[in-house]
Design a protein around this ligand. Structure first.
Ligand SMILES: Cc1ncc(COP(=O)(O)O)c(C=O)c1O
Length: 380
């Protein structure tokens, strides 16, 4: 049997498939409010004639040169030969795991994690080890623990900071220690920087591209408000990228020149695009803090250090998944149950949306918490 055919379902994606289009308020997604084409064109000064001049030729396998250059300059060492532009960072994850891993390889990954970061490796036949982020420790990553888990047998270390779903992150010093520990055993370091642009208590962490075997990823889906553009990227050695190109010849071949133009302009003017949404994220986080204070009876939480989601634990709710189904079906609110991350007492709460919508979502969430707790209390 082809091992990829037996891959386990991606629980978060299944949840989204069920409710993303059926709810009117989204406090479950992990990105900021999306832009329309008109808004992004205005923000970036993309003219109608620039769009009209695009010829729908094929693009380059690794991505158009201008886009790769923009990515290399913002996130890499300036060299476009170390960049592949991907169909979202989910394509990047798939390329990394299928091109570089073999059955029996040992892979260290954060727990909890975005599922693609470990289930593909599992399907390939790798042995997984988990580096836990514990709620009891404020989701603070214990780098000493990671160092103990990294051994001569480790083929790949997979991390994502700021982290989905907890919002945890590393300091610069911790990042350096992790790179050192990974380099000491010659393993790949997969650095998923999907949320890098949004931080609350420190400057964004740079991609650790100085390590030759680091493969870092980014995306326009989370901090840039362009999830439907489907553009991500990967920075890696030219040798690794060639292995990706070989696989890509059997899948998407290349991106569209139209998409690449918008992506290039977005990255060239990243502060303009991200800045718009960053202000909203700060404001929404303040609202969320107040809401959590007022709902201590129901919610224990750890404020995120980056990104626009957090991972509170619910109190007085015996079945969080059933609660989230009800919130979606009866209250029209998308919230993600923690079982999608193998943590059944938690929920992923996303606060990146338009402020009035986030407020409305929290208010409906609050109503159902009260109703559910009251009916549990009055049960015989
Ligand atoms: C940590 C992380 N990495 C990668 C992705 C993939 O996103 P996209 O393919 O939209 O870039 C996600 C999506 O939720 C994510 O949370």
């Amino acid at each position: 049997m082809n091992p990829m055919a037996t891959i386990v379902p991606a629980l978060l994606e299944e949840w989204m498939r069920e409710y993303y289009f059926k709810t009117d308020i989204d406090i479950g997604s992990s990105g900021v409010e999306s832009f329309s084409l008109g808004q992004i064109r205005k923000l970036l000064g993309i003219t109608e004639s620039e769009l009209d001049n695009i010829v729908f030729d094929d693009s380059e396998t690794l991505g158009g040169f201008g886009l790769r250059k923009a990515i290399a300059e913002r996130y890499g060492n300036g060299d476009p030969e170390r960049v592949i532009a991907t169909h979202g960072s989910s394509e990047a994850i798939f390329l990394i795991m299928t091109a570089l891993l073999n059955p029996g390889d040992e892979v260290l990954v954060l727990d909890p994690s975005y599922q693609q970061l470990f289930s593909i490796a599992k399907a390939v036949g790798c042995r997984l080890k988990f580096w836990p982020l514990r709620f009891e420790n404020g989701f603070t990553p214990d780098v000493e623990e990671a160092k103990r888990l990294i051994t001569d047998r480790t083929r790949m270390v997979v991390v994502n900071f700021p982290h989905n779903p907890t919002g945890a992150s590393l300091t610069r010093e911790q990042q350096e220690e992790l790179v050192k520990a990974t380099a000491a055993v010659g393993a790949y370091l997969v650095w998923d920087a999907a949320f890098a642009e949004i931080t609350y208590d420190s400057a964004p962490l740079p991609d650790p591209v100085q390590y030759e075997r680091c493969i870092s990823m980014g995306t326009l889906s989370k901090s840039f408000g362009l999830p439907g553009l489907r553009v991500g990227w990967c920075l890696a050695s030219a040798n690794v990228l060639q292995r990706f190109a070989k696989l890509r010849d059997y899948t998407i071949l290349h991106l569209s020149p139209l998409i690449e133009l918008i992506a290039q302009r977005t990255i060239e003017q990243a502060p303009v695009v991200v800045g718009e949404r960053l202000r909203q994220a700060y404001a929404n986080l303040d609202i969320l803090k107040m809401w959590c204070d007022e709902h201590r009876e129901f919610v224990e939480w750890i404020p995120p250090r980056g990104g626009v989601c957090c991972f509170p634990r619910l109190r007085r709710i015996s079945d969080v998944e059933t609660f989230c189904h009800r919130l979606a079906r009866s209250y029209g609110v998308l919230l993600v149950p923690g079982n999608c991350f193998n943590k059944p007492f938690h929920v992923r709460l996303g606060f990146g949306g338009a402020t009035p919508k986030v407020m409305e979502g929290l208010s409906r969430f609050s109503n159902l918490l009260k109703v559910t707790a009251a009916s549990a209390a009055s049960a015989p």
